[in-house]
Design a protein around this ligand. Structure first.
Ligand code: ATP
Ligand code: MG
Length: 708
């Protein structure tokens, strides 16, 4: 470290300064949640720029593009020159490298990036084509399962057989068929110039590994590499970094082994531990002060992770002493949970908290449905992230398929999709049209053959031909193209979907996304690589955030609720049998708890409804049930302290500040009239039985009650 008193390092503690102020070489920062790892990277960017490094020679890699943008905008506040620093995800980086040099690998530069849904559709096609079928009494695996297995085996770099053994032992009988599906799938991608997420990484690795001139060029270009959330990188990502750093080893990675939550997708937490061996001479820096959470929240979080069978080497402390203990609430059911949360949110916002400082976290997307209904009914604006995949919605895919064939005419998957939107066109007919198209000498000429396709006639087909003509205008911007497609697709959407208003609203999002892109393929790749709605930092002002825990990583809010902290949901049922998965769920709980800065409320409904089983009772999540007493505030909540006649009325003198009316006493309300105080809930709510309106729960602050 050279100059630890540089202005760019202001606002960092000594350990953080040491990390951010390294002159170069390999550095690993390994530290717990909220200890300022991300902040340290931001300051390092500014520090390097201040030291005279050209901003374009710095590359920042994170897990979403939004996260990178956010970090770079903070770096820009420290030093405006940071605006030119490059940032993104591993996938977007690989995409860029391939777009420029795919021909070196014998791949068309017009390749299309495909998502999981596309992969499944391709695999379905292979299954049909090769007539792979159920044998014996075990159902033939779904395309989704096969795709997952292929992806897992690739990410973990296992043979398909090993992956099946590990993740789906019951399907070993289908090993041969799955192998054939995998082979057919790979061939189909090649033939159509389709590239999936995993391919992006492996192809980019191949490019840099086998082409020393390119490796050298990029490694010399990005002289400083910075990586956030290193614990969730996989093996090929680590190798990519090694290739990119090959000319200089100026690589700083930060991460927290206790927050590794993507093992199920092939992430290798070992990357962190092996860093010092991979980069001899690496400096390892630990950060121990947590700046995010109160001591009470940290006590709980530390204990959640301390119970893991892996010993995490974490000694976090904070100067935010005290704070309320995290509350544990056990409402009766989903409805009760939704009501409790929405009531508390109402209290918080009435008390002046900003909605964007409040988040509700959960394991699975469906866990928040009931709350969404409740919030919608109460007109509480919220934004939901994670789980929902914008691009996987069929109407979005339908619309975009027209643009995809413009960008890559060999994309038969999309040809099929858009042809089948025409009245009277099914898979067979679509296939015969495609066979007609491919008789052209080169993919560029496919479009021209559309109008002469046998069996395609009538006004709808004519409109399609006309549309494709308009879309082929090389001068059109992505924005105009999107608008043209929407205009064409809107009537089809109305026709085919009963719930078209909701779908049309989704479509209206597309122009906003396309805005600002200069080429179609850039835009198309961007939406696939970084689909909207997948990262909680997208939350707009004025709305509370509902997010899966996975999508909330790296972020923080003043007030956090965790829904469904029950065995069966967090951890989910399927994790209970497998110790490794269970550990990952524990880390997920740790990530969830450590998102909270000031207030944490955990909910665990006592009952739930299960199809086929009716009402079942839920155990509290084992990650909480096993904790020593005293970390959580769990009164016999929701049990109102209903008065017994003897207990009331209390004398005024002994009355607590937050209980201005005696339990059992009479009060008057301007609309509900006279009633009897039945009890209090928490410090803020009063339960009154009104003579003419029955039982009501009122917020004390606003109820405006007077003694009667
Ligand atoms: P996570 O593991 O959740 O990603 P992290 O280690 O990346 O957490 P940051 O998000 O960088 O932690 O920091 C947590 C919070 O603490 C942020 O609000 C950050 O601004 C603040 N913080 C970090 N270091 C300091 C510091 N030295 N002085 C003041 N605030 C700090
Ligand atoms: Mg972070």
């Amino acid at each position: 470290a050279d100059d630890l008193f540089s202005p760019a390092l202001e606002g960092l503690n000594p350990a953080q300064r040491l990390a951010a102020g390294q002159s170069g070489g390999p550095v690993l920062v390994i530290a717990g949640a909220g200890s300022g790892k991300t902040r340290t990277l931001v300051h390092r960017v500014a520090y390097l720029v201040e030291r005279g490094v050209d901003p374009v020679n710095i590359l920042l890699l994170t897990f979403t593009r939004k996260a990178a943008q956010e970090m770079l905008s903070r770096a820009r506040e420290l030093n405006p020159a940071c605006a030119r620093v490059e940032g993104g995800t591993f996938h977007s980086l690989c995409h860029r490298l391939l777009r420029a040099h795919a021909s070196r690998l014998g791949i068309s530069r017009q390749f299309t990036v495909i998502d999981r849904g596309d992969c499944e559709q391709l695999i379905r096609g292979v299954i049909n084509e090769q007539k792979l079928k159920t044998k014996g009494d075990r159902q033939f695996p779904k395309a989704r399962t096969i795709n997952d297995l292929i992806s897992k085996s690739r990410n973990q770099e296992l043979e398909l057989e090993e992956a099946i053994e590990q993740w789906a032992g019951h399907l070993l009988g289908y090993l041969e068929e799955i192998g054939r599906a995998a082979k057919g799938f790979a061939e189909a991608k090649r033939a159509q110039s389709l590239v999936d997420y995993d391919d992006l990484l492996f192809l980019a690795e191949e490019l840099l590994r086998d082409h020393p001139d390119l490796r050298q060029r990029f490694s010399r270009h990005w002289q400083y590499l910075l990586v956030d959330e290193y614990q969730d990188t996989n093996a090929v990502q680590a190798r990519l970094l090694k290739l990119l750093a090959s000319e200089h080893d100026n690589l700083m990675v930060v991460g927290d082994d206790a927050q590794s939550i993507y093992r199920f997708r092939g992430a290798r937490v070992e990357n962190i531990f092996e860093f010092p061996q991979d980069y001899p001479g690496a400096k390892v820096i630990k950060l121990e002060q947590n700046y995010r959470s109160t001591q009470a929240i940290l006590d709980l979080s530390n204990e959640v992770i301390a119970q893991a069978w892996h010993r995490y080497d974490k000694k976090l402390f904070t100067e935010r002493l005290g704070g309320n203990r995290p509350a544990l609430r056990r409402p009766r059911d989903d409805r009760g949970q939704a009501r409790l949360v929405s009531e508390r949110i109402a209290e918080l916002t009435k008390a002046g908290n900003r909605p964007e400082d409040i988040a509700v976290l959960f394991r699975a997307s469906r866990d928040s449905y009931e709350l969404e209904l409740e919030l919608t009914a109460g007109r509480v604006p919220f934004v939901k992230v994670g789980g929902f995949r914008f691009l996987e919605a069929s109407h979005i895919k339908d619309a975009l398929s027209h643009l995809r064939v413009i960008a890559n005419p060999s994309d038969f998957l999309s040809w099929q999709r858009l042809l089948m939107l025409l009245p009277g066109v099914g898979p067979k007919k679509a296939q015969s049209v495609i066979s007609h198209l491919v008789q052209a000498d080169s993919p560029e000429l496919y479009l021209g053959r559309l109008s002469s396709a046998p069996g395609l006639g009538g006004p709808a087909a004519e409109r399609l031909v006309e549309l494709m003509g308009e879309l082929s205008d090389p001068a059109a911007t992505p924005l105009t193209l999107v608008e043209t497609v929407i205009e064409y697709y809107e009537p089809i959407c109305r026709e085919t979907h009963e719930d078209y208003p909701r779908r049309l609203r989704d479509l209206e999002e597309l122009p906003g996304l396309a805005h600002g892109f200069s080429t179609l393929s850039e835009f198309m790749s961007e939406v696939v690589l970084d689909p909207p709605g997948t990262y909680a930092a997208e939350a707009q002002g004025g709305r509370i955030t509902l997010s899966t825990v996975h999508s909330a990583k790296g972020l923080e809010w003043d007030h956090v609720f965790i829904l469904w902290a029950t065995d069966g949901r967090l951890p989910p049922q399927m994790a209970l049998m497998d110790p490794e998965s269970l550990e990952e769920e524990r880390r997920l709980m740790y990530v969830a708890c450590t998102r909270a800065a000031g207030e944490l409320t955990i909910l665990a409904p006592q009952e739930s409804y299960q199809r086929g089983r009716g009402v079942v009772s839920n155990e509290l999540s084992r990650f909480l049930a096993e904790l020593p007493a005293g970390l959580l505030d769990s009164p016999r909540e929701n049990v109102f302290e209903v008065s017994t006649p003897q207990a009331a009325p209390q004398s005024r003198g002994s009355m607590r500040q937050d209980r201005p009316f005696a339990v059992g006493g009479q009060v008057r309300h301007h609309t509900f009239g006279r009633g009897r105080v039945m009890g209090y809930q928490g410090g803020k709510k009063i339960l009154v039985h009104f003579e003419r309106h029955g039982l009501k729960i009122l917020l004390l602050e606003f109820a405006n009650l007077s003694e009667a």
